[in-house]
Ligand binder design. Structure first.
Ligand code: ADP
Ligand code: MG
Length: 275
């Protein structure tokens, strides 16, 4: 007999009104591999709703991998393997009945390099995520304005929504990517070094945006800029990998504590630039 056809993707209809609200993210004993290379070892971290959690640590210690695990992008790499649990509020996003796309609809992502579709208009860039996510919206103009406003870009682009995304400045392009991520009204926004490619003024604007976003999303941000981690985050997790050792969390705590009185001397060395 022929196998049962896959169920059609569930249509999600966004109606007017407020975003769904932030959700807490909890990683429990998450380990990750690429082939037989183990890159994360039993990482557990609670990222509270409506807070900003900063992931800090040297390059190669698994921060980006951890972030991708939080929205099920890790499994897109053919050699990737994973152990552990990730809970969105109290629901495991890796349950057998949850399709990866369903998790990604609730957990948006912004990358280091602004990556709008350069040959698409500003309007289409923002709305692009909806189609991919199988979301229909009964009021696209208001969702467009809402998303661009939340990303801090509306006032700059409201008169030229039909111009190309690629014509914006780097900082504006990154805020366009934030608007695109917000258009699906995610409960969590993951940001992987979102300001590393930007000038200080654009960086400031994005930090202000992050402060505003906390009202209705949970933010997890990877940053190598310790001043930024200090400014934007409520709590921090310090990742470290040894030579031929997978990444682990050395210490996770309230940001003020991490920067003034960390428990581990390696954290103090790292946050104060002595590494
Ligand atoms: P970070 O973001 O902290 O710099 P990454 O998560 O990018 O660290 O990388 C952690 C480890 O996983 C590194 O050793 C890196 O080389 C490896 N890695 C990352 N992505 C892949 C991949 N797609 N295939 C194989 N190895 C990878
Ligand atoms: Mg990285």
């Amino acid at each position: 007999a022929a196998p049962d056809p896959a169920p059609p993707p569930r249509q999600i209809v966004l109606t007017g009104g407020a975003p769904a609200g932030a959700a807490a993210v909890t990683a429990r004993a998450v380990s990750a591999w690429f082939g037989d290379h183990k890159v994360l070892d039993r990482v557990s971290l609670h990222m509270p709703a409506n807070e900003v959690t900063a992931l800090i640590g040297p390059s190669g210690c698994g921060k980006s991998t951890f972030l991708r695990i939080l929205n099920r992008m890790h499994e897109l790499v053919p050699s990737a393997a994973l152990a552990g649990e990730v809970l969105l509020d109290d629901q495991d996003i890796y349950r057998a009945e949850v399709r990866p796309a369903q998790a990604r609809v609730r957990i948006g992502m912004v990358f280091q390099r602004p990556n709008p579709f350069p040959a698409m208009t500003i309007r289409d860039n923002v709305l692009a995520g909806l189609k991919l996510a199988g979301i229909t919206c009964n009021d696209r103009p208001s969702l467009l304005e809402e998303s661009l406003t939340r990303a801090g870009l509306w006032n700059e682009v409201r008169g030229r929504l039909g111009t190309l995304g690629g014509a914006l400045s780097g900082g504006q392009q990154q805020r366009l990517c934030i608007a695109r991520a917000l258009a699906i009204r995610p409960q969590v926004l993951l940001m992987d070094e979102p300001c590393s490619a930007l000038d200080p003024t654009s960086t400031n604007r994005i930090e202000e945006t992050i402060h505003e976003l906390k009202k209705d999303v949970t933010v997890v941000i990877v940053t190598h800029n310790m001043q930024q981690a200090h400014r934007v985050s409520d709590s921090c997790a310090f990742f470290l990998a040894g030579e031929n050792e997978p990444g682990r969390i050395v210490e996770a705590d309230q940001t003020e504590k991490m920067f003034s009185d960390p428990a581990d001397p390696r954290t103090l060395d790292y946050v104060s630039g002595r590494f």
